[in-house]
Design a protein around this ligand. Structure first.
Ligand SMILES: [Zn+2]
Length: 156
């Protein structure tokens, strides 16, 4: 006889489901709703409607795509600004422009960190690695700035 699921019969089942869908750690949910990680695992695997999980993953992928789009546009901006500054021989303008870009990227990565799909983070990480390479590349004529930026990025 199948065991009765303590999550399906839980008064806060809807809230637990949305926490599970949001990818919150099982132990946090278990603690908040006075249940066990084992019950949560079983419930998510066997009872949480598959369609619901899939819909959420589709939204996450769409969100990741939007972030990647922004990263690409920032990447283009960083390149353009650095080239312009390079032509004008304005090294400090190039550096502050790039510093601003990396602040925005940091924010984007924080948002991306909220996405629980492992594959999503890998895509975003790859975009960051690409962008970082581009930034360091455009700073090539300015070894001092390049070094300062590389150190700042490593300290993140
Ligand atoms: Zn259940």
């Amino acid at each position: 006889m199948p065991r009765r699921c303590s999550i399906c019969t839980h008064p806060e089942q809807a809230k637990i489901d949305s926490a599970l869908l949001a990818g919150e750690p099982f132990r946090h949910i278990a603690k908040r709703y006075g249940t066990s990680t084992g019950a949560l695992l079983r419930h998510k695997a066997d009872h949480l409607p598959e369609a619901l999980v899939q819909a959420h993953e589709v939204r996450q992928v769409a969100e990741a795509d939007r972030l990647l789009e922004e990263l690409r546009s920032l990447q283009a901006d960083a390149k353009r600004i650095a080239q312009k500054a390079e032509r004008a021989d304005s090294y400090s303008a190039a550096v502050s422009a790039i510093r601003e870009q990396s602040r925005i990227i940091e924010l984007l990565l924080k948002v991306a960190g909220e996405l629980s799909e492992a594959s999503v983070s890998i895509h975003v990480d790859q975009a960051w690695i690409d962008l970082r390479a581009v930034i360091l590349d455009v700073l090539d004529p300015y070894p001092e700035a390049r070094l300062a930026l590389a150190e700042a990025l490593d300290a993140r």
